[in-house]
Design a protein around this ligand. Sequence first.
Ligand SMILES: Cc1cc2nc3c(=O)[nH]c(=O)nc-3n(C[C@H](O)[C@H](O)[C@H](O)COP(=O)(O)OP(=O)(O)OC[C@H]3O[C@@H](n4cnc5c(N)ncnc54)[C@H](O)[C@@H]3O)c2cc1C
Length: 642
Amino acid sequence: MRRGMKREVRRITALLLSLILILSLTGCSQGGTETAGETQAAQTEAQTDAATEEATQGAADGQHFTAGTYTAEAEGIRSTVKVEVTFSDTEITDIQIVEHGETRNIADAALGQIPQEILDTQSLAVDVVSSATFTSRAVINAVTDACEQAGGNMDLLKEAVAETPQDEEVTADVVVVGMGLAGVTASMSALDEGATVVAVEKAGAAGGSSKYSGGFITGVGTAQQQAVGYDLDVDGYMEYFESCTNQSVKTDETDHEAVRAMIERSASDIQFLEDHGVGIAGPDGFGGDFLVWHYPATRTSAFDGEAGGADHIVAGMDWLESQDGFSIYYNSPAVEILTDEAGNITGVLCEREDGSTLTVNAKAVVLSCGGWAASQEMMARFCPDFPSEWVIPYTTAAMTDTGDGITMAEALGADVYEDGWWMDLAIGVDVGGYSTYFPDTLNGLINYANYFVVDGEGTRILNVNALYGPRSIAFADAMERTGEIFSIFTAEGFENGIQFIEDNDRVDNVNVYKADTLEELAEITGMDAENLVAQVERYNEMCANGVDEDLGQTTLIPIGDGPYYAVSIKTITMGTIGGLKTNDDNQVLSTEGTPIEGLYAAGELINGKYFNQVYVSGDAQLLCTDSGIIAGAGAAAYALGE
Ligand SMILES: Cc1cc2nc3c(=O)[nH]c(=O)nc-3n(C[C@H](O)[C@H](O)[C@H](O)COP(=O)(O)OP(=O)(O)OC[C@H]3O[C@@H](n4cnc5c(N)ncnc54)[C@H](O)[C@@H]3O)c2cc1C
């Protein structure tokens, strides 16, 4: 390739990489030792050089196109992704994403990174971005289509570009493991204390479950509340918290004093985010007048679009990447906390998919690897009440949240909350093993339009207006007793859902059932007919009176005349509750109750202290912020010998 063009490719690469969410071409290309703060840009540039050489080689080996610009499209997770690809006689010279409706921020890494990698390597055999796999595949599929249209040598294009895995070793004061909101705030806080920070992230992008989150953060006494004259004190919030957590039915392991202390710090925690480039707006009350929720300032309201949590991550990563003392390694799962012969922590070891290792030498470790909702084994250990076959299809948590922090800390003698629970998000329908939030329209409709929910025998089990926690308890109980949960409805109040079911031929008598009478419905679903009829009569009576004396449900839409529909529904998790035990400084505690020197933890990984079975909305993102700030500062002070 001509020298000028090569320079241009490098310039565009650098520009794009600064625009997209993540600087994360798989691992890092250079071996040897570096210190924190040396950017990955130099490595990326070297990688780009090598890739361009290989691309040139590819052309020499027989790549050819009919030069021109071609458009193509492929399905992503939420939309059709349309690309415009330009070819010279021998190369792909430009890829533009011209149209898409993928979730902003979450898809950005794939939409920026995949085209650049294809251009750099002139190959379609590029890795998907692990946190945006559907969007990644859509881009690859659309570009593949364009290459076919341009008459490219597809065998050559699909050949993997050989990379030699390189072991690496880097040094910092603090290593942060996992870059959701907890890892982001821990890194900020450690940097504030003067420490250098290396962050390692298992996925190809930062954000974990945090980036799927609504991004609501609880705050009491915040500047935002003062600005609108909303006056709530900590006691007032704690009353609400207690009323939520009291709905748990298992032994209360939460530390109410720790929750109170977190709420007392919540205003300064939110200010911390703002001081570090993460703009916060609010307050909002989920439509009510309990105005404790704060949301990204990038939004015009709390419900402006999807996944507000991603905006916190994007802003936080922007701030971190502008700091000299910070560097981050993607696609680098930590597998072990390293210690010397005396048992002192010396860093972490990461093992990458390509077989290479990354050793981070650091005196202090912050574990912020999230929960374990995506681990079959961990769910079986800590949440045995959750049906095992639902674990993976029915979580909206990051697929990389597999409880690694627990495994690594336990190897050093850490204590855990053995009796865990899950954060229930919503109810869904079996649509074939997708794991992303409401991938199917029916899922969305069911979540918001079901009012009469029964167990496998036809007995009503659920106040659909209840909080996440009580809902998950009712689900677990019904599953254990009867093995099924159905949402039953008729046209009344559910016209759109029925239209969707009929238009899409969704009645399959496996997941979606339809019958002209309740007796028939009971027969095909296996419910007790007499019981179902009686339950419907009772429910309709209460609907007519406007009061649900049995379960306290406030949205009461009666079951009308047939045809009757029943949908077999599942509970969708958004995370887990339990994890590592910690002290007030967020040091991880050993099974003897003593702090493990140099080991700190934050976020969902330590939330057993704050939630029992009932997750209080907004408190999880607050916990990430609050515990990240404390853990990061503690780790920095320890590493710097203060
Ligand atoms: C759909 C959804 C909506 C939600 N809405 C809200 C809300 O509005 N308000 C609220 O308070 N809470 C909400 N929650 C819950 C809350 O967002 C999460 O509990 C919280 O964001 C978890 O943050 P975290 O930083 O602890 O973990 P995560 O954000 O999950 O980050 C953990 C990171 O660690 C990485 N990792 C894991 N293992 C390793 C390893 N071995 N090495 C390196 N990296 C590793 C993961 O890849 C991930 O990036 C929601 C959750 C979901 C899923």
